[in-house]
Design a protein around this ligand. Sequence first.
Ligand SMILES: [Zn+2]
Length: 110
Amino acid sequence: MAEKCVLCDGKLEKKNVNYNIYGKSIGKFPASVCDSCGEQWFDEDISKKIQEKERKLGLFGLSRETKISYSGNSLIIRIPKELAKFMNLKKETAVVIYPEDKDKIGVSIK
Ligand SMILES: [Zn+2]
């Protein structure tokens, strides 16, 4: 029975994929890859291996590059899903945003 992508219902295929973090490949790992949207999933033990490698390389972290977009008259910043999951952020989560510096915005969960 073929697994299905939870995002788009596409077909998942087992593949070895290059795992990139901050634009650097840290090696190839077996993953389930969606043939439609390209999303990749790793098994729990593979994820652990990747994490170990990230820690070893000093790359472990949850920062991502994102871009500011428009929503009506406001500017919005997308929070990557890994970070949202880690921080337990959901739609309607109350946060406080504030300038930390001219080039840094702080976001605190209420
Ligand atoms: Zn998909």
